[in-house]
Design a protein around this ligand. Structure first.
Ligand SMILES: C[S@@+](CC[C@H](N)C(=O)[O-])C[C@H]1O[C@@H](n2cnc3c(N)ncnc32)[C@H](O)[C@@H]1O
Length: 493
């Protein structure tokens, strides 16, 4: 994690919005929207500093803002009844763009079952139906949006029908809270039945309860055992293939817990916000469903509201033997949520990160240094290379070393080469660690002969959870330093 000092100094380094988000460069302009939409104007007031504001604790104001943003920026007609969960458009768009990144990253092969149309499944689409509306209008994706409540299903349908330009792309599917896990109330078609399930896998044999009785029927541990309606199993039909599923789960175990933020009013009924066991149980069940549905989805994804749950869920994913786990952070004003993604599809490309570093010391030389660049110049560039990715750095100018601590996400940024924009093909890797894990290493710079420097990287814990990324990170740093300082390519290690 970046040190507090670094965070304060470089607040711009903390990504709050996806770069392709419509609002990344230009947040919503309340003055403009108020001038165009009189119904929105009534909610806009000007604070002493002259800035236009709305009262975020007023549900009518937040709903009207969402309505005009969807209309003005996305050509979408939209409404929800009083009290239903009201989405904020920029935040919800971040999740869509993260999925877009996962799909385009060819880590796992495309299935092409649905032609070129990307097909997604939005678990709990809500009355607002926000993800299918955004995914279809921004990217032309097709969706099944499921839900359990009559009001959500009725209003999601309305929101789809009111947008004929994309309505063909979205199916709203009812999940009955009382139905058997292997049936779904839609057009009389049966969903995936037990007889079609892959029961040959070892993981499944390890389960304590028989496969034909999924754990939602047998609540024993309130915190992980889900006792609600089906999530995917019994809702997805046996011939269906999806590129991804997404889910903004009922996060909370009670409405008291849900009513936490007095600074905003985004609505939300108990059916939308609460389930027994909260998000931990819900996503745990989603993981169990995915173990059975396996490659019916290329990517399974969910939002996670609590870091402790993210840790629990990533370990669970490791236990069930997924091929890939990816996480991301979504910063939403003062709150932070996480995106969790996993897959059972075998990676298409070589995954470069072994679980343990092969070597704990790596070095390379920088030869033919330009403009008489010194060891100090290189050392400062090492520091800025890692700071740009948000990693914590301790520079010691007397020993010519930088001590670096990088989190999962920061390693991800470095390995994918995003930070320096070198334009290389991004490298992909598995993510075998938990939130909070750090990769700690030291970079030392030595003068060898005039015009040549030796850069040495020493890993602190060779068997640490992120150590498999060490060589990729050093490789990225080497490329960066070589392109910055050398006339010739660095000498191979
Ligand atoms: C937090 S809301 C999310 C709504 C919307 N996707 C959003 O992001 O604003 C959770 C939704 O999941 C629905 N839900 C709860 N259990 C479900 C299940 N087993 N299957 C489908 N939807 C479910 C709720 O009715 C609610 O609409």
């Amino acid at each position: 994690m970046p040190s507090k000092k670094n965070k304060r100094k470089r607040p711009d380094l903390r990504p709050t919005i996806h770069p392709r988000n419509k609002y990344a460069d230009k947040p919503p302009d309340f003055t403009l929207l108020a001038s165009l939409y009189p119904s929105f104007k009534t909610f806009v007031f000007y604070s002493r500093d002259g800035r236009p504001r709305i009262d975020w604790t007023d549900f009518n104001a937040t709903r009207e803002l969402t309505r005009v943003l969807l209309l003005h920026d996305h050509d979408l007609n939209w409404w929800i009844p009083d009290g239903q969960l009201c989405p904020t458009v920029p935040n919800r768009s971040n999740y869509i763009h993260w999925i877009e990144d996962l799909l385009s990253s060819d880590i796992i092969p495309k299935n092409n079952v649905n032609g070129n149309v990307v097909r997604g499944f939005d678990i709990g689409t809500g009355a607002n139906c926000i993800y299918p509306l955004l995914g279809a209008s921004l990217l032309g994706w097709s969706f099944v949006g499921s839900d359990i409540t009559d009001v959500a299903l009725e209003w999601a349908e309305r929101n789809v029908k009111d947008n004929p330009q994309i309505s063909e792309l979205i199916e709203i599917r009812k999940v009955s809270s009382k139905q058997a896990p292997n049936s779904v109330e839609q057009n009389g078609e049966s969903a995936m039945s037990d007889s079609k399930l892959d029961v040959s896998c070892n993981l499944i044999e390890c389960r304590e309860e028989p496969l034909s009785s999924p754990s939602f029927a047998l609540p024993t541990d309130m915190h992980t055992n889900y006792s609600g309606p089906p999530i995917l199993l019994g809702v997805v039909r046996d011939y269906e293939k999806f590129d991804f599923c997404m889910c903004n789960p009922p996060f909370f175990e009670s409405m008291e817990e849900a009513g936490l933020n007095p600074k905003t009013s985004c609505g939300g009924t108990p059916e939308e916000m609460v389930c027994t066991g909260g998000e931990k149980a819900f996503i745990n069940q989603l993981i169990e469903d995915s173990v059975i549905l396996k490659e019916s989805f290329r990517w399974y994804t969910s939002m996670v509201g609590r870091k402790t749950n993210l840790k629990f869920l990533t370990s669970k994913l490791r236990e069930v033997g997924v091929t890939i786990v990816k996480t991301t952070e979504f910063i939403q004003g003062q709150t932070c949520r996480w995106g969790l993604a996993w897959s059972f599809v075998h990676p298409a490309r070589k995954i470069i990160s072994p679980p343990v570093a092969e070597k704990s010391i790596l070095s390379f030389t920088l030869e033919g240094l330009q403009h008489q660049s010194s060891a100090m110049d290189v050392l400062l560039s090492v520091e800025s290379f890692f700071l740009t990715c948000g990693a914590s750095c301790r520079l010691n100018t007397s020993s010519f070393t930088v001590d670096i601590k990088a989190s999962n996400d920061q390693c991800d940024t470095i390995v994918k080469n995003e930070a320096q924009g070198l334009g290389n093909k991004p490298l992909e890797y598995t993510f075998n660690s938990s939130v909070g894990d750090l990769l700690c290493f030291r970079i030392s710079v030595f003068q060898q002969i005039p015009g040549t420097l030796l850069v040495k990287a020493s890993l602190q814990h060779r068997d640490g959870p992120l150590s498999g990324l060490f060589s990729s990170i050093v490789q990225q740093m080497e490329e960066y330093l070589t392109s910055k300082f050398c006339r010739r390519k660095a000498k191979p290690r």
